[in-house]
Design a protein around this ligand. Structure first.
Ligand code: PLP
Length: 381
């Protein structure tokens, strides 16, 4: 029996040596390494600026905070996403207004955005679900028509492009995550990319207490002024050192994910009992975070039996995500819902199983997974 983990960070001697080198020096924060990582990330994505942060959640929050988002304001948020996409809005005291997903991709249903826009709406947020880009030109057209900002949650989408432009550069800003099971890792960490250089400058300022000059910029030691409210949302030099090494591997990581994804798709397309999301079309460059299959309605209630069967054969699985965000207890209690407002997000949350395609796995692993899933569908139902 194979032992196939859903996700695993790939850390080698390069990363370990890079961290050692930082530890031998005296600069653990504010040094040149985070700047170098930012430059690498900007160059890879084609962004005018990249601002390293302590997590994707911190990056999203920082963007809304800079926007001056406050109580009484609203932001359009996809119902099918990581809770961080909504929490970032909520943390500013504003209200996330949820929009259901579309079944062919799991991304926000763009046709349902406009009906949720009110005079209080300040921004539209999207998530590039499982790495498949949202049709951003359509989202940006709606935003422009109503004078709204656009914030992209790109946590699962490094390498994702729509019409050739990297995700995160269609809207005002895009936030990435380097949590261990994402495409690349810095243990914890994130980055915000943007085409607006002035926005990047403000984020740099506000991610570090709103002080007017950081340690390396002070003429007289210890002397600075505080010109804004701000956080401590910095990425440290150890994290950035890992990030620089991980960026050197990104093309290889993405190739491997694509090959693994294609192998699962070829093996499971047309299999009875499950539906797959549409594959990337011409305009959509997927970053293949994972492979998700939705069980048909008649067998959905027994999903955990199939999950157990697959896990018992040594294959790790996950669920993206375990509930539509508006149905999580915190949101449900604050913004009452009846439970049938988000049928597509519900079908994905309660009826899908995510299978691994990450670069620690190869084609033989995929062949084994296909076999196990097919067998499970026959034996469990
Ligand atoms: C993982 C994830 C986040 C959170 O990222 P952190 O770096 O852990 O804050 C946010 N959004 C999405 C879509 C994610 O998958």
């Amino acid at each position: 029996m194979r032992k196939i983990l859903f996700g695993r960070p790939i850390i080698g001697d390069e990363e370990r040596n890079a961290v050692q080198k930082v530890l031998q020096g005296t600069m653990l924060v504010h040094g040149p390494i985070a700047k170098e990582f930012e430059a690498d990330f900007a160059s890879y994505t084609g962004a005018n600026a990249a601002v390293s942060v302590s997590s994707c959640t911190a990056g999203l929050h920082l963007c809304y905070f800079d926007m001056g988002l406050k109580a009484g304001d609203e932001v359009i948020v996809p119902a099918q996403t990581h809770v961080a996409t909504a929490h970032a809005v909520e943390l500013c005291g504003a209200k996330p207004v949820f929009v259901d997903a579309e079944i062919k991709s799991g991304n926000i249903d763009i046709d349902k955005i406009e009906e949720r826009i009110t005079s209080r709406t300040k921004a539209i947020s999207v998530v590039h679900f499982l790495g498949l880009p949202v049709a951003m030109d359509k989202v940006c057209a709606i935003a422009e028509k109503h004078g709204l900002k656009v914030i992209e949650d790109c946590a699962l989408a490094i390498g994702g492009r729509y019409k050739g432009r990297h995700v995160g550069l269609w809207g005002d800003a895009g936030a990435y995550s380097f949590y261990p099971v994402k495409h690349i890792t810095t243990a914890e960490g994130g980055v915000v990319i943007t085409k607006h250089e002035d926005l990047a400058k403000r984020l740099v300022h506000k991610k570090a207490f709103g002080v007017d000059r950081n340690v390396t910029e002070r003429k007289e030691p210890g002397i600075y002024d505080v010109t804004d409210l701000g956080f401590n949302y910095r990425m440290n030099e150890l994290q950035a050192a890992i990030g620089i090494e991980q960026m050197k591997r990104i093309d290889g990581f993405l190739e491997k994910r694509k090959a693994n994804f294609e192998a699962l798709y070829a093996g499971l397309e047309g299999v009875e009992g499950i539906t797959l999301f549409e594959k990337a079309g011409e305009d959509f460059t997927n970053s293949y975070y994972c492979f998700s299959m939705i069980l048909n309605e008649d067998i959905r209630q027994d999903r955990s039996k199939l999950v157990k069967f697959i896990n018992d054969q040594g294959v790790g699985t996950s669920v993206y995500y375990p509930s539509p965000v508006p149905y999580f207890t915190y949101y449900k209690e604050k913004y009452p819902v009846t439970g049938d407002e988000f049928p597509v997000a519900s079908a994905i949350s309660y009826g899908s199983i995510a299978l691994p395609v990450a670069p620690h796995l190869d084609i033989e692993d995929m062949e084994y997974i296909v076999e196990v899933v097919k067998k499970g569908l026959k034996e469990v139902f």
